[in-house]
Write a new protein. Structure first.
Length: 266
């Protein structure tokens, strides 16, 4: 995964490796028009983690394919510093992307306030509820994203750096849902839309040359999505359902290939 040198966080690491292009022509111009940015006043955690709120899930397992050393850092030598840089890069791209979408619809964009790593269960709370280990979540009350750093770094090492961009994109999408006042009757609807929006942010960023995929990155997206899917026996209407691996993969790649037009934003 190579980030364009047009982003300040990326300049330190990838100077000259890619050229900033014009924004993708396949944007969502007009899709956000008429939607008001919602006040961030919900009383509990909104949007979702990649694991059930009360459960603990191990880091996703990588596929049996062995990508070349020059195209991925998905190995045991991957450093926490590299992980942190990818989180910063993913955040910068997400902020730039969503600011452009809101501007195209004459809306004011407010970035998510902060991204907070944590190490222990209960170290960070959302709406008075302690966050468990092995999770990532967008908290609407405080307007922040929090993630278990050990779990996330483990996924980074096993799946690859593309997983970090997906994880950040999915949680950032929940913040956009709050800003647009989007509500659903079932958790799975909210989660699959966030997967689609994450796909759109990544696909559009690739098309605009803000982000360049290395060989194997698309497989890393698929591996990550397969790892975070619900058990096939879990009822789709259950609270906390995110969708099966097939559903999540389909939603993500719809957005990746067709942009926000595929995500039913209105």
């Amino acid at each position: 995964m190579v980030v364009s040198s047009g982003y300040c966080a990326a300049q330190r690491r990838h100077q000259g490796e890619a050229t900033v292009g014009a924004r993708s022509g396949r944007n969502a111009r007009g899709l956000l028009a008429g939607l008001l940015i919602a006040a961030l006043v919900s009383l509990a955690c909104a949007g979702g983690g990649l694991a059930e709120p009360d459960g603990e899930r191990p880091a996703p397992q990588a596929s049996q394919a062995a990508p070349g050393a020059n195209t991925t850092r998905a190995d045991s030598t991957t450093s926490v510093a590299e992980f942190k840089q990818d989180v910063a890069d993913a955040q910068a791209i997400a902020e730039r992307y969503w600011a452009a979408q809101f501007k195209a619809s004459a809306q004011r964009f407010q970035p998510i306030r902060r991204i907070t790593p944590y190490q222990r269960s209960g170290e960070v709370s959302c709406g008075g509820q302690p966050l468990p280990r092995n999770n990532a979540v967008y908290c609407s009350q405080g307007d922040f994203i929090a993630y278990d750093v050990a779990w996330s770094v483990g996924a980074f090492r096993q799946v690859g750096d593309a997983f970090v961009f997906y994880l950040l994109g999915h949680e950032y999408a929940h913040g956009i849902q709050v800003r647009l006042g989007i509500n659903y009757s079932f958790t799975i609807q909210q989660e699959l839309q966030a997967d689609c929006m994450a796909g759109a942010y990544l696909g559009d960023s690739v098309r605009s040359e803000a982000l360049t995929l290395a060989d194997g990155d698309l497989d890393e997206f698929r591996d990550g999505l397969a790892a975070v899917g619900d058990d096939p026996d879990q009822p789709w209407f259950a609270e906390g359902s995110h969708g099966t691996a097939e559903q999540r993969t389909d939603s993500f790649f719809r957005g990746y290939e067709r942009s926000l037009e595929a995500c039913d934003l209105g």
